[in-house]
Write a protein that binds this ligand. Structure first.
Ligand SMILES: O=C1O[C@H](COP(=O)(O)O)[C@@H](O)[C@H](O)[C@H]1O
Length: 240
């Protein structure tokens, strides 16, 4: 089922997502709530709102942070998804490193995909998490949407990321050639909750394409594949 929540501005959309997250964290069944984050400009807006308005509202001491995708760059790069989360959210809120499970953007992508997958398995398994399709489950993944219809770092034509049973695989940005690591479609779809945050006028056309694409038997855009195949997904936008 698609739960589509449309607001008049970005702040309201992020507040709605964050209030939903607050409830999920408060109602968690285990010691930790395992949350996978996206990056890019939309996530930056979300981190700033979390820092400024949700520092006390969400019990961050009970959240463990993972990544949906990462660019293979140094943490100090403005391209680093971890780096942006660190500078805008973790550091100001003093979230301890023990709760942060980052992808190392400086390692060879294949090696790091295997290492990160092992780490995720170990951490989630230790938490006694439910398995679904032989894969441990995140409690929630927060996705973005690219203007080209990508989500995570699953770009059009990447059959491997759409079909593999692995949780993480290397990916290449089709235009810049930048190497990345992405959570696979199967790992995203396995998550207990899936949120997608889509903000700004530039994304309107991408979301319109996504909705016409999911009506097709075989969707073309990676984001449509996720939305169409998700048991439940909540999409938060600012398109009113
Ligand atoms: O490259 C990426 O793109 C998407 C969308 O990012 P945005 O800058 O358009 O908000 C993002 O969800 C993903 O994590 C990121 O690596």
């Amino acid at each position: 089922m698609i739960n589509f929540e449309n607001f008049k501005n970005a702040k309201d959309a992020v507040f709605a997502l964050s209030n939903a997250l607050q409830t999920l964290v408060a109602m968690r069944e285990s010691r930790f709530f395992n949350l996978a984050l996206s990056g890019g400009g939309t996530a930056k807006i979300m981190f700033e709102i979390w820092r400024d308005f949700f520092s006390k509202k969400i019990d961050w001491s009970s959240v463990r942070f993972f990544w949906v995708d990462e660019r293979m760059v140094e943490d100090s790069s403005s391209e680093s998804n971890f780096g942006e989360a660190y500078r805008n959210f973790f550091e100001p809120l003093k979230i301890p490193n023990s709760q942060i499970f980052k992808i190392d953007g400086t390692l060879p992508p294949e090696d790091e995909a295997a290492r990160y997958e092992r780490e995720v398995f170990n951490v989630l398994e230790d938490a006694g998490k439910k398995y679904c399709a032989d894969t441990p489950q995140f409690d929630c993944v927060i996705l973005g949407l690219g203007t080209d219809g990508h989500t995570a770092s699953i770009f059009s034509g990447d059959k491997e990321a759409l079909t593999t049973k692995r949780m993480f695989v290397p990916a290449r940005h089709p235009e810049s050639g930048q190497m990345r690591l992405t959570m696979s479609a199967n790992a995203v779809l396995n998550s207990h909750e899936i949120f997608m945050l889509v903000l700004g006028d530039a994304k309107k056309e991408a979301l319109r394409r996504l909705f016409s694409d999911i009506a097709k038997k075989s969707p073309e855009l990676p984001a449509s594949f996720i939305v169409k195949n998700a048991a439940d997904i909540s999409i938060f936008t600012d398109f009113v």
